[in-house]
Design a protein around this ligand. Structure first.
Ligand SMILES: Nc1ncnc2c1ncn2[C@@H]1O[C@H](COP(=O)(O)OP(=O)(O)OP(=O)(O)O)[C@@H](O)[C@H]1O
Length: 715
């Protein structure tokens, strides 16, 4: 030991070095102890904590976000960000409000009471007086603008503790590094994961309770996932007007299907059902699906097959990811593949043949078309030609009923062009129920009218009230007319109108020259409003009609609507214009029909002219393309002729060369013959024999040489 010390002493060079070494050793020991203890602690913690992860892409995430947003602890984080609630479920529909919601509403009320007393904005500008429109029903308050619900949630990677059913939960929001999507992890100290299951079920229940009056709409995204897009109030099935029995049949069929899972399983039939709704636009296909989904309490998953990003694989993964009970909606099924007409094919073929540099591309394009792929987009020349989505018919069929397709879903497909669908797509098994939608029948017209105008079922008292309200309407209409007349007078004399004076009396601070919408023109007098605008200024809702009047008006209206000529949507548009005046709606339907017919005839003429023009332009383009093709073919023909001549010339030259070689060979042979004869005379027989042999060998050598010369020359 002493020897070692004496050996080390000079190396250490004194006590300061020793102290330094001691410090390093001490520091190392502390750090190692820290690391070991922290990993032991996390190991210890992990062995007691159960953790559940919820990814943004999955539905339980939405349940959890709603549940957390209702926990005051979650909203009172010291580091938070404010966001609009991602799930816009109607708060009005919800019967229960969370403490967090109540807290937020209280804060809003406080803010409003502070601000309502002020007559100026924060920037000092005066507040505008309330708007008054002559004849408008100011007594009826406008519905409040729906409030967006702001939620405060903790920033990423901060851990929060929330108490739930006797357990402390550690909750953390995280962002995944690879996908950038959000996730929530919840840890709890427990022996089994029962508490986490309870939590998820609780969150689900609350979410469903909030959504009971609404349906959720999900749209497919480019990554093959479903994104929540909208939440809509349920549409009552009664508001959909179809010919008798159609709705009932559909409702019964869907209900029966949803009840028959076991029946399907017992028979080994895939538990799926498809409905094809086809027919004229504006006949209620989409509306019926929404109403039905609401009735059956199912969410809607919408795929647009004409999206540019859609491909076989994305569609397959989307179809595999729909929940067990839902409505999958494929809108405008015919738009998935646009088949080109023969003329378009011809044009494309011509273009392909002209574009010789991209031969291979063209081949692949046309083969894609044959396989039913859709293409649209721009070519280099700026024309719309080929931006390809890679969805094929077989891919679509596979996604609909392949092994990966989810079971239990109701598939609805809509199309306006049944004739464009491939028979494979609409065969039973894929589309089990077909429903045709036509233009409105008289029966539908009457039902639509009845749906539009409220009926007072009631007694005499109520009938009197209805009459009174009718009188009120008429009085108000008269007022509007008078107000309009006075506006005209004002225009002529520049005197303030009664409407203006009323406004002035309400708020003397408002500028007298300004009209209701703030325009203060002085150079040009105000033009009189159109009859259409006057009509709109009238009161907007009709008083309830008694049963008899409603029946009469509905009949008059339906009688005036020609059978299956106008879509329900267009009739709805007409009724909307007269929604305050059912009498007018019924009495002027004939005028509307004739004006619509005239309008349609004009539009048809214009369309025909446009099509004619487009056709002529197309013909011209086609002729130009043909001309170019002809020129190209001629040029190619000439080039071919030149090539042929060159080839022939080369052949000729080669033949001549061979002939020259043959000539040379013959000359050589003659010379050899002559030499042979001279030698014969000069030698004995034996010598002659030997000489002959030698000659033969020489000749052979010479021949070989000549032949090789000739071959070289030929090659
Ligand atoms: N049969 C109907 N009953 C009630 N309302 C209808 C009906 N048909 C159409 N409408 C009304 O017309 C509008 C358009 O209807 P909808 O979008 O459902 O028609 P569609 O057949 O799906 O049209 P498209 O084929 O153009 O998508 C909606 O506002 C809807 O309320």
């Amino acid at each position: 030991m002493d020897t070692l010390k004496s050996f080390m002493q000079p190396l250490m060079g004194g006590s300061s070095m020793v102290d330094g070494m001691k410090l390093v050793v001490l520091g190392g020991t502390v750090e190692t102890a820290r690391r070991v203890s922290s990993s032991a602690w996390s190991h210890f913690v992990n062995s007691f904590f159960l953790t559940a992860h919820f990814c943004e892409e999955e539905q339980p995430y939405d349940w959890l976000v709603l549940w957390l947003s209702r926990r005051p602890e979650w909203q009172r984080s010291r580091e938070f960000e404010a966001t609009l609630r991602a799930f816009s479920t109607a708060s009005t529909a919800s019967s229960t409000k969370s403490p967090a919601d109540l807290e937020w509403e209280e804060a809003e009320r406080e803010w409003e009471s502070y601000n309502s007393s002020a007559t100026t904005h924060h920037d000092g500008t005066p507040r505008e007086p309330p708007l008054h429109i002559p004849g408008a029903d100011d007594d009826v308050p406008l519905p409040e603008k729906p409030k967006s619900r702001i939620i405060f949630q903790p920033t990423y990677d901060t851990t929060h503790t929330i108490f739930f059913r006797g357990h402390w939960l550690r909750v953390k929001r995280q962002r995944k590094l690879d996908t950038g999507s959000e996730a929530i992890s919840i840890s709890v100290i427990a022996r089994s994961n029962a508490i986490l299951k309870q939590l998820v079920l609780q969150a689900k229940k609350e979410y469903e309770a909030e959504c009971i009056h609404r349906i959720q709409i999900y749209f497919a995204d480019a990554h093959g996932s479903w994104r929540w897009t909208d939440s809509r109030a349920k549409r009552p099935l009664g508001s959909i007007v179809l010919n008798p029995g159609v709705k009932e049949m559909l409702v019964e069929d869907t209900k029966d299907f949803l009840r028959s899972e076991k029946w399907y399983m017992d028979r080994g039939i895939p538990f799926r059902r498809g409905y094809l709704l086809y027919g004229v636009p504006g006949s209620g296909k989409s509306s019926l699906i929404h109403a039905l989904a609401g009735y059956l309490q199912l969410d809607i998953y919408v795929v647009s097959l004409s999206a540019s990003w859609i491909s076989d694989s994305t569609l397959t993964s989307l179809m595999g990811r729909v929940p067990a009970r839902c409505v999958v909606l494929l809108e405008d099924l015919d738009a998935a593949f646009t088949r080109s007409t023969s003329r378009e094919d011809e044009e494309e073929a011509l273009l392909n043949s002209l574009n010789s540099t991209s031969t291979s591309n063209n081949k692949s394009n046309s083969s894609r078309r044959r396989n039913g792929h859709r293409s649209s987009g721009r070519n280099s020349g700026g024309d719309y030609l080929s931006d390809v989505n890679t969805l094929s018919l077989s891919g679509l069929l596979n996604a609909l009923d392949g092994v990966a397709a989810a079971e239990g879903r109701l598939l609805f497909a809509t199309t306006n062009h049944l004739e464009k669908l491939d028979p494979a797509l609409s065969r039973p098994g894929r589309m089990d129920v077909w429903i045709e939608f036509k233009n409105a029948s008289r029966w539908q017209a009457e039902a639509l009218f009845r749906n539009f105008f409220p009926c007072d079922e009631g007694d005499e008292e109520e009938e009197n009230a209805a009459k009174e309200s009718q009188e009120v309407i008429e009085r108000r209409e008269r007022e509007v007319d008078e107000a309009m007349k006075s506006i005209k007078v004002e225009m002529a004399s520049s005197a303030p109108s009664p409407a203006d004076s009323r406004r002035g009396s309400r708020n003397s601070s408002s500028a007298s020259t300004k009209d209701s919408f703030g325009s203060s023109n002085t150079a040009y007098p105000r033009p009189p409003p159109d009859a259409d605008v006057r009509e709109k200024l009238a009161r907007h809702s009709a008083a309830p009609l008694d049963r008899k009047t409603l029946a009469e008006l509905a009949k008059t209206f339906a009688d005036g609507v020609p059978e299956e000529e106008f879509s329900v949507a267009s009739l709805q548009g007409y009724l909307l214009k007269h929604k305050s005046n059912p009498h007018l709606a019924a009495s002027t339907i004939h005028d509307w029909v004739s004006s619509e017919r005239t309008l349609r005839a004009t539009m048809a003429k214009e369309k025909a002219a446009r099509e004619e023009k487009a056709k002529a332009a197309k013909e011209k383009r086609l002729a130009e393309l043909k001309e170019k093709k002809k020129e190209k073919e001629e040029k190619e023909g000439k080039e071919k002729e030149v090539e042929e001549l060159k080839r022939k010339l080369k052949e000729k030259e080669e033949e001549e060369e061979v002939e020259r070689m043959r000539e040379k060979l013959r000359e050589k042979e003659k010379e050899a013959e002559a030499g042979k004869k001279t030698e014969e005379g000069a030698t004995t027989k034996e010598e002659a024999k030997e000489g002959e042999k030698k000659k033969e060998v020489d000749e052979e050598d010479e021949d070989k040489e000549n032949w090789s010369d000739a071959r070289d020359a030929l090659s």
